[in-house]
Design a protein around this ligand. Structure first.
Ligand SMILES: C[S@@+](CC[C@H](N)C(=O)[O-])C[C@H]1O[C@@H](n2cnc3c(N)ncnc32)[C@H](O)[C@@H]1O
Length: 309
C-alpha cells in the first residue's frame, strides 16, 4: 500500500519545475525579452510600418479594438490617440507599465479609452464582442504548442463579432539565415542603453528545435569600456518563436472556427509567396518574404457544421 510519504513524493516529482518544466526554454523565450521595456521600445523605435497597418484596419473596422499581447502599447497608444476604445492584454507587468506610461501621455479624455489588463493569452478572462482583435509583432509565435494556439484562437473567435476581424503577423525567417550554424554568434551591434546610458554590445545566435518547430534565439548583452573592450557580466536573453507557415496558420485557425480572409507578405500589400519563392529586386538581390500578415474572420456556421468533426 502506498504511504502518505510516497504520494507526497510523487506530487513533488510531478510538480511543474520552476521556470517552465519540460520546455523551460520556450517559457523563458516568451518572458525574458520583455523584462527591459525601455530597451524594447528603443530597439523597435523605427518599426512603424506595422503600426500604420493596424491603425488602418482600426479606422476601417472601428473599435473597440482588442490588442492581444499589447506589450508597451506600441499599437494601443496610437489607436487610442486615433479615438478608438482599446483593451490591451499582456502577461508582462513590466511591458504593461510601459503601455500605462504611453497612455498617460495622451490628453484626457481620450486616454480613458484605453484599458490595460494583465492576463495570459492561453486563458483569456474576457467577455464581449470586438469588431477587431489584433496580435501584433509575432506575438502568436510565443504560443508553441498546437494546443495553446488552438485555445488562443478559439478564445479570439469567442470574442469576435460575427463579422469581426482578427489580424496578426508572423516572422518567417529567410531559410539562408535559418541555416546558419547553430549557436554561433552573429550580428554584433554596439549601442547606448536608453536607461543606464552605458555603451553595450549584443550578438545573436539561434538554433531550431525541429521536433517542436521552435526557433530558439539568444541575445548576449555585455557592457563595453571606453576602449570598446567587454567588461562585466554577459547577460543572455532567450527568445523563442513557434515556426508557423501559411498552411499551419490556416489549419490552426480552422480548428478554432476561424478562416483566413486575406494574407500578405508584408504590411504594404506585398504578396505572400507560398510555397516559398524568393523574389528578386531590381538590384538583383534575392529577398525572402519574412513578414507574414494575416486577416482572419469567423467561419460561417454552416461551413463549421460541415467540416468540424
Ligand atoms: C513581441 S512583443 C509584441 C508587443 C506589442 N504587440 C508590439 O507590437 O510591440 C510580444 C508580447 O507578447 C507578450 N506575451 C508573450 N506571451 C504571452 C502570454 N502567454 N500571454 C500574454 N502575453 C504574452 C509579451 O509579454 C510581449 O509583450
Amino acid at each position: 500500500m502506498a504511504s502518505v510519504g510516497d504520494s507526497m513524493r510523487r506530487r513533488i516529482a510531478n510538480r511543474p519545475r520552476r521556470g517552465g518544466g519540460e520546455h523551460a526554454d520556450e517559457t523563458a523565450g516568451a518572458v525574458e525579452p520583455y523584462r527591459d521595456a525601455p530597451l524594447y521600445d528603443w530597439e523597435y523605435r523605427r518599426r512603424r510600418h506595422d503600426v500604420a497597418f493596424y491603425r488602418m484596419l482600426a479606422d476601417e473596422r472601428g473599435g473597440p479594438v482588442l490588442d492581444l499581447g499589447c506589450g508597451t502599447g506600441r499599437m494601443t497608444a496610437p489607436l487610442v490617440r486615433d479615438g478608438h476604445r482599446v483593451v490591451g492584454v499582456d502577461l508582462s507587468e513590466t511591458m504593461l507599465g510601459g503601455a500605462r506610461a504611453r497612455l498617460g501621455r495622451i490628453a484626457a479624455p481620450r486616454r480613458q479609452r484605453g484599458l490595460l489588463i494583465r492576463a495570459d493569452l492561453r486563458a483569456l478572462p474576457l467577455r464581449g464582442r470586438f469588431p477587431l482583435a489584433i496580435a501584433a509583432f509575432h506575438t502568436v509565435q510565443h504560443l508553441v504548442d498546437d494546443g495553446a494556439l488552438i485555445a488562443f484562437f478559439t478564445a479570439v473567435r469567442r470574442l469576435l463579432a460575427d463579422d469581426g476581424w482578427f489580424a496578426f503577423d508572423v516572422f518567417s525567417p529567410d531559410p539562408r539565415w535559418l541555416s546558419r550554424p547553430a549557436d554561433e554568434w552573429y550580428d554584433r551591434v554596439v549601442f547606448r542603453h536608453p536607461t543606464t546610458k552605458e555603451t553595450m554590445a549584443y550578438s545573436a545566435s539561434h538554433h531550431l528545435d525541429a521536433d517542436r518547430r521552435a526557433l530558439h534565439m539568444r541575445f548576449a548583452y555585455q557592457r563595453l569600456d571606453s576602449d570598446g573592450r567587454r567588461v562585466g557580466r554577459r547577460r543572455t536573453v532567450k527568445l523563442c518563436h513557434r515556426q508557423l507557415n501559411p498552411d499551419d496558420v490556416q489549419r490552426l485557425l480552422r480548428r478554432a472556427g476561424l478562416r483566413v480572409l486575406a494574407r500578405w507578405g508584408g504590411f504594404a500589400d506585398e504578396p505572400l509567396l507560398w510555397p516559398p519563392a524568393p523574389s528578386v529586386a531590381t538590384n538583383g538581390a534575392v529577398h525572402h518574404t519574412e513578414q507574414h500578415v494575416y486577416l482572419a474572420g469567423p467561419r460561417p456556421a454552416r461551413a463549421r457544421q460541415r467540416h468540424t468533426p
